[in-house]
Design a binder for this molecule. Structure first.
Ligand code: EPZ
Length: 429
């Protein structure tokens, strides 16, 4: 398995292009199941998770063509996928595939909406917590699906089609909101979703579905209203920039020091995280081209942060912020409220000499004067990248093992960082 070698201490300067968002790309690809037409997705990042979902959709009969580069395309622009689910040949999503990537469970809603039935394996636990699917099932039931659990599979049936309904989520859920929105687009009648997730990726998927002919309003607010339509058509849509990749590189620059333009980044997608960076003393400047991050030698101030659904501070940046605060001048407190077990990076950061004390859902991070490179690894992608951030400021060499996790969510990470002056290379096994 590949490893990444980093020698810390270099300042970063230059430009890092931000890729299309992984967490919008995945539900957008799944939304292709709702139409016989061709969905053309632009700005798709090259990621292992995208390839994995291609395999899963292929199993349902979805045909995906990756377009070559056209003259005039920017060298860093993402790929264009032509996705056609004209013939759905299989409505079962097997355990072997779903267990590799949780988001593939989301095929349930479009398969039932279009074909009246689906058998999708329960995803099981994962490295960041138990992650149940009860609320996704509840949403499908509210829209008239009959649900049975058989042999580890969720079997959903709506032979006469789904019908509009009222769905009030007792807890904010991104996957539950995607599920409810996709199912409701083809339901008979109007659906109202209360306490919906407001993450920008929900809005991006709704924009694409509306281009396909859906009637969705209120995406991005806690109340989404969907008027069902009889069918959806193909469309062309460009994936929005990745706010988690943006925040990750912003913290990398904050950690290493320097001056970097995060090209194509949009500040409104991660304002809470940018505000926290501002509190640490880092300069955050929105420009016409993206967001400029500058830190010139000044010490980092400690912060108190609690993760929350959008527009709060994202759980997907919690590990990266913790890595940054290991070098702050004082004591930080970081509380995780979304996933109960998202702290694998704590033990690994300790290997660099970080001082972190975990008490329930709160980590107390006492900034240290120096970190020292070490061999490390992690079992989820945000935790893994937090180790890269620590390594950028650590003395000597760090070897990040199990790079597979980074490749799931960060496109050409070592290339983007080395272009800005970091000493980082991939060692192939
Ligand atoms: C999405 O996961 C993201 N994944 C996650 O990103 C992200 O961390 C998470 O949203 C929160 O922002 C994708 O978009 C592909 P949830 P999702 O349903 O939809 C509980 C990454 O690193 N819950 O919003 O699975 C759940 O346990 C990944 O890119 C239920 O109780 O998350 C959690 O505590 C990791 N019952 C909370 O809701 C349910 O049926 C929020 O989870 C569903 C969820």
């Amino acid at each position: 398995m590949d490893r990444i070698r980093i020698v810390g201490g270099a300042r970063l300067s230059g430009t890092i292009p931000i890729s299309g968002a992984k967490n919008a790309t995945l539900p957008l690809m799944i939304a292709s199941l709702l139409t016989e037409g061709t969905l053309i997705l632009e700005n798709v990042p090259r990621l292992v998770d995208v390839v994995q979902l291609q395999r899963i959709l292929g199993n349902h009969g979805v045909d995906i063509m990756i377009a070559g580069k056209r003259p005039g395309d920017a060298p860093n622009s993402g790929r264009t996928l032509h996705i056609s689910a004209k013939h759905i040949v299989d409505t079962t999503a097997p355990y072997e595939l779903v267990s590799k990537m949780r988001a593939s469970f989301w095929v349930l809603a479009p398969l039932v909406a279009r074909r009246g039935e689906a058998r999708v394996s329960m995803p099981g636990g994962c490295a960041i917590g138990t992650r149940p699917v009860d609320l996704l099932i509840m949403a499908m039931e509210k829209l008239g699906a009959q649900i049975d659990i058989e042999g580890g599979y969720v079997v959903a049936r709506a032979p006469r089609g789904l019908r509009g309904g009222e769905i009030e989520f007792p807890k904010i859920t991104v996957g539950g909101t995607h599920t409810a929105v996709m199912a409701a687009t083809l339901a008979n009648g109007t659906t109202v979703i209360e306490n919906a997730a407001r993450e920008p990726e929900i809005g991006d998927v709704a924009d694409c579905l509306n281009k396909m002919g859906a009637k969705i309003s209120g995406a991005g607010t806690p109340r989404i209203v969907i008027e069902g339509v009889a069918k959806l058509d193909g469309a062309r849509h460009s994936v929005l920039p990745d706010r988690i990749e943006t925040g990750t590189y912003a913290m990398a620059v904050a950690m290493a020091g320097g001056d970097v333009l995060l090209q194509n980044a949009r500040p409104e997608l991660l304002q809470a995280a940018l505000d926290v960076l501002g509190e640490t003393g880092v300069a955050v400047t929105p420009t016409n081209e993206g967001i400029r991050i500058t830190r010139n030698g000044a010490a980092l101030a400690p912060v108190e942060v609690t993760t929350a659904p959008f527009p709060g501070f994202p759980t997907d940046l919690q590990a990266q912020l913790m890595a940054l605060m290991t070098r702050a001048n004082g004591v930080s407190r970081i509380t995780e409220t979304i996933f109960e077990n998202r702290f694998m990076h704590v033990q690994e950061l300790a290997r660099f000499g970080a001082h972190i004390h975990l008490d329930g859902q709160t980590a107390t991070v006492e900034g240290v004067k120096r970190l020292r490179g070490a061999p490390v690894m992690a079992t989820d992608l945000r935790a893994s990248v937090s180790l890269v951030i620590a390594a950028l400021a650590a003395e000597g060499e760090t070897m990040v093992n199990r790079v597979y996790h980074l490749d799931r969510g960060f496109e050409r990470l070592e290339e983007k960082l080395s272009h800005c002056g970091a000493t980082i290379e991939r060692l192939s096994a």
